[in-house]
Design a protein around this ligand. Structure first.
Ligand code: ATP
Length: 442
């Protein structure tokens, strides 16, 4: 649904804690600012998103391969990429509204933000480095200083030749990765939207320079297809062409894909044409040849790159916001997470009508054991059926199966649909076919 209000956001945050999607991190010690833990249902939801992404962009494609690189890379990587450059060691301020950062000496702090136009939103000036520093080994010193990676992208550039040599890919081809990234954000906030530790799903798609426009358009369409798959309403998605003076220094074209979160319209994903900036820089910094020679035409060149980048946590948040609904039913109200079925953490909940009737419990257990071989299921025999339905609605379970006294007579169960709330009787022997049809693609 997505309503632009702080109240909706608070309701989502509260539901997520109460039902086990997202908890405040380290809560028993008073928490740690802007750190969050995914609970059991949040973990399922997040894994479903990551696995579906991998399936769409790696498994189903011949031209993209995946890697899983180390979080801590040689610090020279970050020198070459520009993350440790002079721009990051000057005192900077950040606009609390749009999160653009500016060098203090280029700004009058009383003026409105040059990027979003809001007044009075600048942080105090700080020496700012986006990378999180750590030390390797037991002795702390500059020699052992290293950084947690600030983006997953760099590993795809650094490993470019290794992938090429081991996997017989020909340009155009892509390298994909899902993993954690760390940034010392000055102003984290908005729940899991902006944290210092987060997860990314990124593709570096290596191309010939002349093809960049065609490839850029192609990947924009792929990203739209992915957002459809997440069930995000097109009306809530906006494509913001980033002007030249706002773009990262390496980018010749960038589109920010924004989503109408309850706290405002903010960046969900990005698509950038990074030219061959990264491979070229790694070639000169490492002294290693990063060029590609086409095995058929013998052309030799340093490939250019189109980079579609997707935040995992922002995907989870967008799906939660999009799916959250409050409904009036007769005199009652219900909260339901209308997840697309393929993303729902639990696909089927199985209930014996009464907890203290062993025939019902035994039959329900049998059905549960059978269904859980194929689908993520949950068994629940607590409280009355109405309450159990409400609980499953709140965690977005598409189907509930109830085993009652008729089951023992006529070998049927009731299947209740989350969205329509309609119940139908299905013969136990037909349950597998029923769910094969109703949960296809799950
Ligand atoms: P922003 O402008 O919001 O800081 P960015 O343009 O710096 O984001 P990128 O460097 O393009 O972000 O990172 C790629 C993706 O990673 C973003 O589109 C977003 O989905 C996600 N991301 C970036 N920073 C964070 C963060 N601090 N917390 C959660 N997700 C993030």
């Amino acid at each position: 649904m997505v309503i632009n209000s702080q109240e909706t956001m608070e309701k989502i945050v509260s539901l997520c804690k109460r039902r086990g999607f997202v908890y405040p991190g380290s809560e028993i010690y008073g928490g740690l600012a802007n750190s969050w833990d995914y609970g059991p249902y949040g973990t399922e939801l997040k894994n479903n998103i990551k696995q579906a992404w991998w399936k769409m962009f790696v498994k189903r494609r011949d031209d993209v391969v995946g890697i899983d690189a180390a979080l801590i890379m040689n610090p020279k990587v970050w020198e070459a990429s520009g993350h440790l450059g002079a721009g990051f060691s000057d005192p900077l301020v950040e606009c609390r509204n749009c999160h653009e950062r500016f060098k203090v000496d280029q700004l009058n702090l009383k003026d409105p933000c040059p990027s979003c136009g809001k007044k009075g939103m600048f942080t105090e000036p700080r020496q700012f480095n986006v990378l999180m520093k750590t030390f390797l080994g037991v002795v702390e010193g500059e020699k052992s200083a290293a950084y947690l990676r600030g983006e997953t992208a760099q590993a795809m550039f650094v490993d470019f030749k290794l992938v090429l040599n081991s996997n017989r890919q020909r340009v155009p081809f892509g390298i994909a990765q899902i993993g954690k990234a760390f940034r010392n954000e000055i102003t984290p906030g908005n729940y899991i939207f902006r944290t210092r530790e987060f997860e990314q799903m990124e593709i570096e798609y290596f191309i010939r320079a002349k093809d960049w426009k065609k490839q850029f358009d192609y990947w924009l369409e792929q990203m739209k297809g992915w957002m459809d798959f997440l069930g995000l309403n097109k009306k809530h998605i906006h494509f913001r062409e980033i002007a030249e003076d706002e773009r990262a220094h390496y980018s010749k074209r960038t589109i920010d894909i924004e989503y109408d979160f309850p706290f405002g319209t903010k960046e969900l994903y990005g698509l950038a044409y990074r030219t061959n900036f990264d491979l070229k820089n790694h070639q000169s910094a490492s002294g290693q040849d990063m060029s590609y020679t086409d095995p058929v035409t013998n052309e030799k060149f340093i490939p250019h790159v189109i980079e579609p980048t997707f935040g995992v946590d922002r995907s989870v948040l967008a799906v939660l916001c999009e799916s959250y609904a409050e409904e009036k039913i007769k005199d009652d109200e219900r909260v339901v997470l209308r997840f697309p079925k393929h993303l729902a953490p639990i696909k089927i909940a199985v209930f014996p009508l009464l907890k203290n009737k062993s025939e019902l419990v035994k039959k329900a257990q049998e059905i549960y054991d059978d269904l859980r071989e194929k689908y993520m299921c949950e068994f629940d025999d607590n409280g009355n059926i109405g309450k159990r339905y409400r609980r499953q609605d709140e965690i977005g379970t598409p189907y509930c199966v109830t085993i009652d006294f008729d089951t023992l007579e006529n070998k049927t169960v009731t299947v209740r649909d989350r969205d329509t709330m309609k119940q139908e009787r299905v013969v136990i022997a037909d349950l597998n076919t029923f769910f094969h049809d109703h949960l296809s693609g799950c």
